[in-house]
Design a protein around this ligand. Structure first.
Ligand SMILES: *[C@@H]1O[C@H](CO)[C@@H](O)[C@H](O)[C@H]1NC(C)=O
Ligand SMILES: *[C@@H]1O[C@H](CO)[C@@H](O)[C@H](O)[C@H]1NC(C)=O
Length: 365
């Protein structure tokens, strides 16, 4: 290496650090324009990162994994993503004690209309998932606005102590535009997760918990999708769901209101679940649906008891079901210790094929 190259290396280091001799990092770094090439050096040298009016090139992940502990990431202006058929994710974040914030008026736009073909993740175009939070611990995501997700939005996996607060997910254009499988929040293998004060307009689950413990879903509004769901549970690496509280939420214009589905013939457990103070408006299929006969190709019609549903409280669930829908559907086996009260649903019909309701639970079809 000649002396010029060495000098160049020192200059580069000096430009990243306020003082190259200390471990202090620069105050704020801004990523903007149409390249994300600077991201890895920014992650090394900055604990306050602003992502502003950025066009992420097609087929690349806005890779915010491995952030330094204590990093703040602020989304500002409009963030767009080039269109390409691939699996994504468009954004990936990991780290500990991370704060993700949105500045006023921020928009994170996934380009959904270029992908939507009515087939979601089941076929047609390859669609990138949007936002992967994996091993994002002791962290907060707040005040961001997400539009037009190609397919699934948030995948929360192996996270501990993550709060998502005041987030908008607006895939409403997909209602008539072929949006499908646009799950808002998929949660797996995570603990101490709080999702609150969010508004979701989509075409699939508002929340789907596949596994995890201590999950709180509060003060959320869900419209256009498949409702708030625990499950499907069973058939994965981790099949235990424990202590989920869904409280003070509204589900509108959706196929289901609240639901638990466990996989036919699988093993696992679902316990300590509370649905409380839920408003349902214009539900198409089922207001409350708890079933243990789920398969990928539909409901089996008979439940198995390998994933028993225990300690289930359903309290104060009110609202309206559309005329072709069912108010409550329960088809389970091996369930125990349920406590249902204050279910007041109008419209729709009662289901005639319920079974497995624990006696004395107050639940009825
Ligand atoms: C959870 O994360 C928040 C935000 O970083 C932090 O303030 C809090 O102390 C953490 N709680 C626990 C129990 O670790
Ligand atoms: C069920 O919940 C109600 C409150 O909604 C409570 O008064 C009652 O004691 C509970 N019953 C059981 C068996 O836990």
């Amino acid at each position: 290496m000649n002396s010029l190259a060495i000098f160049g290396t020192i200059l580069l280091a000096a430009s990243c650090l306020s003082n190259p001799l200390s471990r202090e990092t620069r105050a704020t770094c801004t990523l903007t324009g149409s390249s994300i090439n600077d991201l890895s050096s920014i992650k090394q040298s900055c604990k306050s990162i602003t992502i502003q009016n950025l066009n992420v090139p097609a087929g690349q992940t806005l890779d915010l994994t491995g952030l330094k502990s204590g990093t703040t990431v602020t989304f500002s202006g409009t963030i767009n993503f080039g269109v390409k058929e691939w699996e994504g994710p468009l954004i990936s974040i990991s780290g500990s004690q991370i704060a993700v914030n949105g500045a006023s008026g921020n928009k994170i736009v996934g380009g959904g209309p270029s992908y939507w073909d009515g087939q979601g993740g089941n076929g047609g175009k390859d669609k990138p998932k949007f936002f992967r939070a994996a091993r994002l611990d002791h962290s907060v995501i707040r005040n961001i606005n997400i539009y037009d997700s190609p397919v699934h939005v948030f995948s929360i996996n192996r996270c501990q102590n993550l709060t998502v607060d005041n987030v908008l997910i607006d895939d409403s254009k997909g209602d008539s535009g072929g949006g499908h499988n646009t799950d808002a929040f998929d949660v797996g293998r995570s603990s101490q997760i709080t999702i609150k004060n969010t508004r979701v307009y989509n075409q699939d689950d508002c929340l789907a918990v596949n596994s995890g413990t201590d999950i709180y879903f509060e003060n959320n509004y869900c419209s256009g999708g498949h409702g708030i769901s625990i499950g499907s549970v069973g058939g994965r690496d981790d099949n235990v769901v424990r202590n989920v509280v869904v409280r003070n939420c509204e589900v509108a214009n959706s196929d289901n209101g609240i639901r638990i589905k466990t996989v036919y013939g699988a093993t696992g457990s679902v316990s300590d679940i509370t649905f409380q103070d839920i408003t349902l408006t214009n539900i198409n299929k089922y207001g409350v649906t708890i079933r243990g006969d789920y398969t990928n190709s539909g409901s089996k019609g008979t439940a198995t008891d390998g994933v028993p549903i225990r300690n289930l409280v359903v309290r104060n669930v009110r609202g309206t079901i559309k005329s072709g829908g069912r108010r409550v559907m329960i088809l389970v086996k091996g369930a125990s210790n349920w406590n249902w009260s204050g279910i007041s649903l109008s419209g729709g019909k009662s289901a005639s094929d319920c079974s497995g309701i624990p006696s004395g639970s107050g639940a009825q079809c």
